[in-house]
Design a protein around this ligand. Structure first.
Ligand code: SAH
Length: 283
């Protein structure tokens, strides 16, 4: 049995722990709509931890100037380590050196295998496949950066994974963490009203999804394709598959190479390619 199936059968939620300096931003998004319902149904828990609560000193400082100079501030290691270790356990173990030497610190191996994911534009790029991989986990910790980013020791000694949501730079990791929480949560069985809802989604099947229509059947003279009103399920399915192929061919031909296509479907793509070459020749 896959891990998520066991968890679903046992009604064990997937637990997210978000570590951030801007908890309100995260709370606001996770309190609405599908994420809200998923939490109410016990399918996920989303705990938001304010890194500043773990900072020390009068000013509860969480950032400092970069060594070596240059602009911007860097997130200090102490509050981030303290926050993650307080929530997940682990942390340095103080072991007495045998011959009365001062205490030495060793990184505890004890922390259960919870991925500690740093959100950073330098991480591996988040895709639907990564979302599927993470949806198998029982618990996921996410660390959101701010300012110029993190002290490198957070990346080296606390994080177990680094994820970027795309090749652009945000002002903080909160939006990135929420993107990840959102995409992973909607894959969990029971979260979407329609249990097959996530299967056809763009990227889930290796293709972009077919176009959707709803009422009215005619809007400003633009009609819903006849076939969708026909009630003929097999023909509707065939139309949707063709539209998904056409769309993917036109917008993301790079995806077709990896898609799982039948001989007939490959033929259909070859015809689309031929028609577009001919159309170009007539221009
Ligand atoms: N100076 C850093 C960028 C700092 S941006 C660098 O060049 O790598 C500030 C924070 O925003 C980062 O620490 C990270 O947590 C978040 N962030 C910015 N862009 C992101 C992206 N594409 N994916 C995930 N997190 C991102």
């Amino acid at each position: 049995m896959r891990e998520w199936q066991a968890r679903y059968n046992a009604r064990m939620p997937l637990c997210f722990d978000l570590f951030t300096l801007l908890p309100d931003v995260c709370v606001a998004y996770t309190r609405e709509s599908i994420l809200k319902r998923a939490q109410e149904s016990g399918l996920v828990t989303i705990q938001i931890h304010n890194i500043r609560d773990y900072a020390e000193g009068k000013h509860l400082t969480t950032d400092d100037l970069p060594y070596g100079g240059g602009g911007g501030m860097v997130m200090k290691p102490e509050p981030v380590f303290a926050a993650v270790e307080a929530v997940l356990g682990g942390g340095p173990e103080r072991a007495a050196a045998p011959d009365g030497e001062p205490f030495v610190e060793t990184q505890a191996e004890a922390r259960p295998a919870v991925p500690v994911i740093l959100l950073t534009p330098q991480g591996r790029v988040f895709t639907q496949a990564v979302a599927q991989e993470l949806a198998q986990r029982e618990r996921i910790a996410l660390i959101c950066g701010r300012y110029e980013g993190f002290d490198e020791r957070i990346r080296e000694h606390l994080a177990t994974d680094e994820i970027s949501i795309g090749d652009y730079v945000l002002t903080g990791g909160e939006l990135a963490a929420l993107v990840l929480v959102d995409a992973v949560t909607r894959l969990l069985p029971g979260v979407l009203g329609d249990p097959t809802g996530a299967l056809d989604d763009s990227h889930a099947s290796g293709l972009l999804e077919y176009p959707h229509y709803t009422r009215p059947p005619e809007f400003r003279g633009w009609k819903v394709p006849e076939i969708l009103l026909s009630g003929h399920h097999a023909r509707i399915e065939a139309w949707r598959r063709e539209e998904a192929l056409r769309r993917t061919y036109l917008r993301r031909p790079d995806m077709l190479a990896a898609a799982n296509l039948s001989e007939e479907e490959r033929q259909f793509i070859a015809e689309l390619a031929k028609a577009s070459t001919e159309a170009r020749a007539h221009e």
